[in-house]
Each structure stands twice: as structure tokens, then as C-alpha cells.
Design a protein around this ligand. Structure first.
Ligand SMILES: CC(C)(COP(=O)(O)OP(=O)(O)OC[C@H]1O[C@@H](n2cnc3c(N)ncnc32)[C@H](O)[C@@H]1OP(=O)(O)O)[C@@H](O)C(=O)NCCC(=O)NCCS
Length: 201
């Protein structure tokens, strides 16, 4: 199995040096990818043994992204999506973080700027949009479709054919039954059992 982005070689800059940023750094290091460091407004390095190269705004400096790939590692969905889109507009490339111990069915599509953490499983025919977070041990079973900016907490289980609208947040350990649709920007409680469409007009 070949992970998407696994042939990329440009050193990665991780935008956000908090808890999720360190998770993303660990993913790239586990995958053997060079990490140049972090950008963060408040955190002073080193973090996970890596330097903090400057504030968030540096991600948008002309030329900063040249020869590098950036990934926005902020848990807050609005900030993650907005900053990722600004990075793209500034002409930089987005990295995709896929842990080598995630399991992805052949041909799985993962959008640029997304993160798939350790022990996550993505089934055949599933698609994951851009700027998503599929957290530790989350399951996205066959034929699910996740829009841009979706957040799945640790241990979420999406059964086959679940459709999740852009920007939706699904809390840790929630279970979504087959074929259920979750609306864009919806918030599903941690531990919820979702057996009917959620937030769909
Ligand atoms: C759904 C959620 C966003 C609601 O947050 P909130 O609007 O701030 O709600 P509150 O914390 O004020 O709780 C309101 C009530 O709902 C209850 N409640 C909140 N979340 C609950 C959950 N997941 N399951 C059951 N009850 C819950 C609270 O106990 C509280 O009950 P009370 O009024 O009887 O005291 C939040 O509880 C949640 O589930 N977040 C997900 C966290 C997560 O998985 N993060 C991933 C990190 S990697």
C-alpha cells in the first residue's frame, strides 16, 4: 500500500506548535519526512526538538513556502481551514500527514493539508477532503465521504457510506451508523450514537 503524499520530499513546516502540532510532527518524523520546524505566535521553541521559525503570519510571506510544504495543525476548524486556504493563495504547497501505522485502502483519496493519525483506518472507496483531521484510531469505513475541514475525534467510528459535510466536528468515540448524513458545520457530541441524518434540513 502506498500512502498519498508518500513520495513528497520537501521539508515540512507545521503551522501550530500546540498538542495537535506535535502530533503532526510525530507523524512526519515516523514517516521519515524532514520537518523544518513550526510557526506559532505564542510558543517559543524548541518543540519536539524542532525550532519555532516565526509567527503564523510567516506562512503567508512571499517566498517562505518555496521549497517547503506547509500544514496547518490547529484543532480549531475555522482557523485551520482559513489559514490553509490563505497558504494556498500565497502560492505555497500543503503537506498531507499520514501516519505510517494508519491503514488506508488502496486508492484512498486524502485531500491536501489533511492529517490521518496513528491507527486510523480508511476503508475502500472512502474520500477525505482537504484540511481534515482524522484522529487517532478513528474509523472511516468504506464509501464514506468527508468534506473539507472535517474533524473526527479519537476513536470515532463512521460506518459505511456516511457523508459528512464540510467543517463538521464529530467528538471522540462517536458512532455514526451506515449511510447517515451529517450536515456541514454540525457538532456531534463525544460518545454519541448517530442513527439518523444529523442537522440535515
Ligand atoms: C458536544 C460538546 C461540544 C458540547 O459542549 P458545550 O456546548 O460546551 O456543552 P457543555 O459542556 O456546557 O455541556 C452541556 C450539557 O451537556 C452534557 N454533555 C456535554 N457533552 C456531552 C457528551 N459528549 N455526552 C453526554 N453529555 C454531554 C453536559 O454534561 C452538560 O449537562 P448538564 O447541563 O446536565 O450539566 C462537548 O461536550 C463535546 O462532546 N465535545 C467533544 C470533545 C472532543 O471529542 N474533542 C476531541 C478532542 S481531540
Amino acid at each position: 500500500m502506498t500512502h498519498p503524499d508518500s513520495h513528497a520530499t520537501a521539508p515540512v513546516v507545521i503551522v501550530g506548535a500546540g498538542g495537535h502540532g506535535r502530533v503532526v510532527a510525530d507523524i512526519f518524523l515516523a514517516a521519515g519526512r524532514a520537518v523544518a520546524g513550526f510557526l506559532d505566535d505564542r510558543v517559543v521553541g524548541p518543540v519536539s526538538g524542532l525550532p519555532v521559525l516565526g509567527p503564523f503570519a510567516r506562512a503567508l510571506d512571499p517566498g517562505f513556502g518555496r521549497g517547503r510544504a506547509l500544514i496547518v495543525a490547529l484543532g480549531d476548524t475555522t482557523r485551520r481551514v482559513d489559514l490553509s486556504q490563505a497558504v494556498l493563495r500565497a502560492g505555497a504547497g500543503l503537506a498531507t500527514a499520514i501516519h505510517p501505522f494508519a491503514i488506508l485502502a488502496g486508492g484512498t483519496q486524502i485531500g491536501a493539508g489533511s492529517t490521518v493519525a496513528a491507527a486510523a483506518v480508511i476503508g475502500t472507496g472512502a474520500t477525505v477532503g482537504r484540511f481534515c483531521i482524522v484522529n487517532t484510531a478513528a474509523v472511516v469505513d468504506h464509501d464514506c465521504a468527508l468534506g473539507d475541514g472535517v474533524f473526527l475525534g479519537p476513536g470515532v467510528r463512521l460506518c459505511g457510506g456516511v457523508v459528512v459535510g464540510a467543517g463538521a466536528f464529530i467528538g471522540a468515540g462517536a458512532i455514526v451508523l451506515p449511510g447517515v448524513r451529517i450536515a456541514a458545520d454540525a457538532r456531534v457530541r463525544a460518545g454519541a450514537l448517530v442513527d439518523v441524518d444529523f442537522g440535515i434540513g
